[in-house]
Design a protein around this ligand. Structure first.
Ligand code: F6P
Length: 328
C-alpha cells in the first residue's frame, strides 16, 4: 500500500539489539529531512515507544555531538506487543495522532518483520536501515555495527592472547551473533585464531583437538579457539567440559558478551550509517517504499523490504578455509 498525501513528518525508531553507528544514521536522517523541509520525530525505546507515546521532536542541534557515540540516543527494546495485530492497529492510530506519516526503522530481522507487517496492514510508508552487529540480514552484504563489533572483539582477543601465551593455556573465546557465525568467522581470521567453532551444539571436537595437538607438536603451548554464540550464550562451557572429559585437554572460557555491542563506531560504520540515513530519507521522498537501504557490490542502494525478510542468510564460509590455511 502507498500513501497519497505528501511527506511532512518522519518518525525514527531503533529496535532490537543496539549497535554502534545507529546515532550516525539518526543524525543523517534528521539533517537530510530537515534540509528537505520535512519534520522529524524520534520514537524512544523502539516499537514500545509508540504505545508509551514517548515521542520527541528532533532538531538539527538535537543530533549534534552524537556521531562518535555508540548505542542509540533513541534507546531500543524488543517489543513483543508489536507481534499482535490489535497493538499494531493502536500504533497506527497513535502515529497518526502525532502527525507521523512515514517511518524509518533501524534494527535487525525482527525489526524488519514488524515494519513489513505494519506497512501491509496500515499502509504507512517504511524504510529500514540494517543495524545489527550480527550482519545476518538477507539482501544486504553489510549491517551497521558489524565492523565496530569485529574491531572490539579482535582487540579483546589480542589481549587474551597475551595471557594465553604467558600461562600456556588454551582459550575458548565466545563471540556474539545469535544463530549467526558471521562475527566468529571474521574475528577468527583477524585475530589469527587456531580454530573456530561455528556451531557449538553440533561441532565434532575431533578436528579441533587434532589441530591443538598439531600445534603442540610444533612447539605451541597455547591456542585461541573462537566459538560462535549459537542459540544462547554460554555453550562454550559444555565444549570446555567435553575437551576435558573426552580428550584430557584443559581450556579456559571467556565470553566476550555485550562489550561487542558498545563503543564508538569505526570510520566504516560512521560512513555506512550516514549514507544509509541519507538514502532512507531520499527513498521516502521518492516514494520508494516499503524498502531497505542495502550495501551491495560496493554501493549503498535501496531494495524492496520483502527481499530482506528471510532470516536464513548464510554467511560466506571462505573465512573458515582461510583460518585453516593460516593456522597450520
Ligand atoms: O543484537 C544482536 C545480539 O547482540 C546477538 O548477537 C545476541 O545474541 C543478542 O543480540 C543478545 O541480545 P540481548 O542483549 O537481548 O540478550
Amino acid at each position: 500500500m502507498t500513501q497519497k498525501k505528501s511527506l511532512k513528518t518522519i518518525g525514527i525508531l531503533t529496535s532490537g539489539g543496539d549497535c554502534p553507528g545507529m546515532n550516525c544514521s539518526i543524525r543523517a536522517i534528521v539533517r537530510t529531512a530537515i534540509g528537505e523541509g520535512i519534520r522529524v520525530k524520534g520514537i524512544e525505546g523502539g516499537y514500545a515507544g509508540i504505545f508509551k507515546e514517548n515521542i520527541i521532536n528532533l532538531s538539527i542541534s538535537s543530533v549534534g555531538n552524537i556521531i562518535q557515540r555508540g548505542g542509540t540516543i533513541l534507546r531500543s527494546s524488543r517489543c513483543l506487543e508489536f507481534h499482535e495485530k490489535s497493538f499494531r492497529k493502536k500504533a497506527a492510530v497513535i502515529l497518526k495522532r502525532h502527525g507521523i506519516d512515514a517511518l524509518v526503522v533501524m534494527g535487525g530481522n525482527g525489526t524488519f518483520a514488524g515494519a513489513h507487517i505494519f506497512n501491509q496492514e496500515h499502509g504507512i510508508p517504511v524504510v529500514g536501515i540494517p543495524g545489527t552487529i550480527d550482519n545476518d540480514i538477507m539482501g544486504t552484504e553489510y549491517s551497521i555495527g558489524f565492523d565496530t563489533a569485529i574491531q572490539t572483539a579482535m582487540e579483546a582477543v589480542d589481549k587474551i592472547r597475551d595471557t594465553a601465551f604467558s600461562h600456556n593455556r588454551n582459550f575458548l573465546i565466545e563471540v556474539m551473533g545469535r544463530k549467526s557465525p558471521a562475527i566468529a568467522l571474521k574475528v577468527g581470521v583477524c585475530s589469527g585464531a587456531e580454530n573456530i567453532i561455528l556451531n557449538p551444539e553440533e561441532e565434532d571436537l575431533d578436528q579441533v583437538v587434532k589441530d591443538i595437538k598439531r600445534g603442540i607438536k610444533r612447539g605451541k603451548k597455547s591456542s585461541i579457539i573462537i566459538v560462535a554464540e549459537g542459540e544462547e550464550p554460554g555453550l562454550s562451557y559444555a565444549l570446555q567440559a567435553e575437551l576435558k572429559e573426552k580428550y584430557k585437554i584443559d581450556s579456559t572460557v571467556c565470553i566476550l558478551g555485550h562489550i561487542q555491542r558498545g563503543g564508538s563506531p569505526t570510520a566504516f560504520d560512521r560512513f555506512m550509517a550516514s549514507k544509509m540515513g541519507f538514502m532512507a530519507v531520499k527513498a521516502l521522498i521518492a516514494k520508494n517504499y516499503p524498502s531497505v537501504t542495502i550495501y551491495k557490490n560496493g554501493r549503498v542502494t535501496i531494495a524492496p523490504l520483502k527481499k530482506c525478510l528471510d532470516t536464513k542468510k548464510k554467511p560466506k564460509k571462505e573465512a573458515l578455509e582461510l583460518i585453516r590455511a593460516l593456522s597450520i
